[in-house]
Design a protein around this ligand. Sequence first.
Ligand code: C2E
Ligand code: MG
Ligand code: MG
Length: 756
Amino acid sequence: MIEKRLQKRLRKATILVICICTVFLICGGLFSSYLARTREEFLREQVIAETEEYKNRILKQLEADFQTLSTLSVFLNSEYISDAELLAEHLRQTQEYNEYITIAYYNTDGKGVIASRGRDILTGAGLSDLSPEGADSIEKALNGESCVSRLFESQISGNRVFVYSVPVYENGKIIGALAASDHIEIFSDILSGNTVFGGGGYIHLIDSEGDFLVRSSNSVVKDNVPSIFEGPYLSGESRSNVEDALENQKRIFSSFSYNGRDYPFLLEPIGLNNWYLFCVNTGDSLNARTDISTHMAQLMAAAIVLLVIFLMLYGYRLMRNYNKELLYLAYHDALTGAENMSRFRQKLIETLKTGRGSVAAFTIRQFPFLTEIFGKEKSDQLLRQIREIADRHITAEEFFCRDAEDRFYLFFKDTEKNIIRRRLEAFISEIEKTTIFNRTDYQLAIYCGVTISSDSADPEAEAENMLTHIHFALNKAKGGHSSTIWFFDTELHKQEELENYIESHMHSALENGEFKMFLQPKKDLRSGSLNGAEALVRWQTESGKMIFPDQFIPLFESNGFCTSLDLYMVEQACRQIRTWLNGGMEPVPISVNQSKLLFFEGDYVHKLTAILTKYQVPAHFIILEILEGLALENLDELNEKISQLQKLGFRISLDDFGSGYSSLNILGNLKIDEVKLDRDFLMNAADQNQNRVRLIMEEIVHIAGRLGISTLAEGVETPNDEQFIRSIGCDTGQGYLYSRPLSAEDFDEKYMKHMV
Ligand code: C2E
Ligand code: MG
Ligand code: MG
């Protein structure tokens, strides 16, 4: 029971621990993913902001280049333009100062001067001397549009270049176009600095085909690829997203993988020439701090979760240990360390499920006195020693417990009385030899009750039965001066049980009318007619069980209850006679058994007459059966009582004559009306060899006849019995030959109805 409760509590605690841990883990996970998301968002914002910055710087650079070119264009006037040499010199100087690869001026008629680094100045050049991109750009400028060309391979330098062009005005009129080409590397400073994303990233400049315009030297991809689409790095969905973004000039975040690691990147359109910034965040340093703080936060969250889990597990362990301790306390006796009764009962039930065995309970004679004489410490020591002895005397499958005070229980696998007795004797003798009380003359005695299991199908009920029965056995064992072993006796116990039932229920049974009057007919042996009936009590319990007088009359005689019962039976007899009288029948006298106690009660006569008066029944209808034992004590008083009753009209019958120490003297000394020869006589007389018995009976009948006492033979069972008693002159017969005792109704039906 306790174990179940504790297990339930532990299960609850386990579930709680699991729940709390799960909640913590979920919270930790959510927190961590929130951190990761926030970090991601933060990073994206950061990347966008920084990229925007670079984009602006690039645009500004372009603007500045335009500005420079526009400023140069202002200084070009017709003076320069008309003098090709001067123009050429001017352009060469300009190129030198500005580090353009090529600088060219074209008139509106398509003729111009080209100054290229490391080359001779070409005067009188036509548009066809320029690359198509350069020519296209000049044409646009001649049309008043400042522009920057697409990137192309310079025929002059062999580098990838692009061209800026601005119109040249004089007096508000376009007189020509100034163009300059430059390497794309002019952006390198901007893009390949180690400060990109705080050193934790890099930026490529790419065109709409994905080809690198400026490839950062910090690129994680070390292969020298011309395009972002080259190699296996950008694939699947990422690749198609990039292609789509390049086509539609969109900003996207995506990632590529390199050496088994994912690198997020931002593709940001510059808004010029379909150029894009391809910004990769390597996460190495730019976000190192963010990473560290994020990781720190995650670590802290994980540490908290782990700490909580640890605390919970620790608490759980503590509780488990505590439960174990509780369990130990619940199932053990603190004084001796032996198991206690709860545990013993559990084990007994478990064992009885698979087999049989016996339980012995024992106590120590006069244990409280032992404690008083030798002190508590010594008596405790004795109990501990008994525990040790018990330990030695049981096998692995057996067990024992200390219940309370000096009461111990042992379970043996044995079911043979002799074996059990031998084992217990050995066990008890070891206890008796204990030297705890150093007075050698003090003799310890052990009272021991034993019960052996039956083949019950219900081990729980069997265990309870055994533990109940063992007390009856133990009680029987108690009392003597030496050690006693008493085995529970089922038959004896049934008897005791019945006695207990009788004593505890007799009063209510009398009140509830559970005592029934049965009537046994008496037959006149001369006329063969019914000449009376004997009232015999039967106890019909509430449950319908019938208890016979032999089982309770002796008990009632010793506890005095028979005085009430006998009067009750007299009343029942009177009531019956009254019923017959009222029914117009001639009643037969009813003999009622009267116990010694009642007979000598002071107001006995008075009580009898009161009943007669109550039912208006003449006394001669009642025969009072007394036992010969009455005559053994005070004969004069008895005769006095008899004559008093006879005067009132009662008749007195001496019951069971010959069963005890009867003597013929009694017949002479007692003034009785009838003698009932005990059925033992007839039983013995039935044996033809017992001629002496027959002679005695004959003599009794003869003497009684001469004394004016009528004779009745009890226990007439056979026609031979009847023939014999008739032959010896007996007046009346009673026995099964005529009828067994019948219920009043059956008697009525069988013998009285026809008399109406
Ligand atoms: P008892 O007064 O000698 O009653 C006769 C007993 O012998 C009855 O037993 C009856 O059933 C039994 N008996 C009758 N004919 C035969 C027979 O042919 N063969 C054998 N073997 N037995 C026969 P019962 O009714 O069990 O009563 C037993 C005893 O209990 C009575 O012996 C009587 O002493 C006592 N008793 C019965 N009722 C009362 C009562 O109301 N008050 C008192 N004080 N004692 C009673
Ligand atoms: Mg009788
Ligand atoms: Mg009798």
